[in-house]
Ligand binder design. Structure first.
Ligand code: HEM
Length: 142
């Protein structure tokens, strides 16, 4: 909690670097991008939150929230790529391709195992670990 309070404003100011509040609030394309970045982070929280919750409990299932999080990452990720092009930007296509393949893997594993009371342990672990890998790709690959 303390970490969130401290890290939140720092991450926000890093995200806004080079922009003023006026350009963010009044430029519709910037605003749209920011909304999709937030939805992208909510999708990430849905997968990882579900995974961590199950980790400390006795059951290891793929919950509906995790499945929807996995779907959301693909939809919001592709929307973010579209918005980069719409803003005359040039996304790193190699990085996007790697993230997309990993996200499709996560979503595939989640869809295939969502109805099982005891999914294969490897599939359950892979959903969490591949999500962490994609966070690493997003943050470290610049
Ligand atoms: C489980 C899957 C995924 C995770 C955990 C994830 C995680 C993240 C995170 C943490 C960021 C913020 C990075 C930062 O601003 O420093 C980010 C940004 C981004 N992600 Fe993903 N991502 C996933 C899937 C995808 C997919 C499938 C795509 C595209 C097909 C994608 C495209 C993007 C783009 C374009 C941004 C940059 C947004 C911007 O600042 O304009 N992501 N992702």
């Amino acid at each position: 909690m303390v970490l969130c309070v401290m890290a939140g404003p720092a991450m926000l100011s890093q995200h806004l670097s080079g922009q003023t509040w006026e350009t963010v609030v009044w430029n519709p394309m910037e605003l749209l991008r920011d909304i999709f970045v937030i939805l992208h982070l909510v999708g990430l929280a849905a997968i990882l939150g579900g995974f961590l919750e199950q980790w400390v409990s006795s059951s290891r299932r793929i919950t509906a929230v995790m499945v929807w999080g996995a779907r959301a990452q693909i939809v919001t990720g592709l929307a973010l790529v579209g918005l980069i092009y719409a803003n005359d930007g040039e996304p790193d296509n190699m990085k996007i391709a790697v993230k997309l393949v990993i996200a499709l893997g996560i979503a595939g594993l989640a869809e295939a195992n969502k109805k099982k009371d005891t999914p294969p342990a490897a599939a359950w672990w892979l959903v969490g670990l591949l999500t962490l890998v994609n966070i690493g790709v997003a943050v470290i690959w610049r």
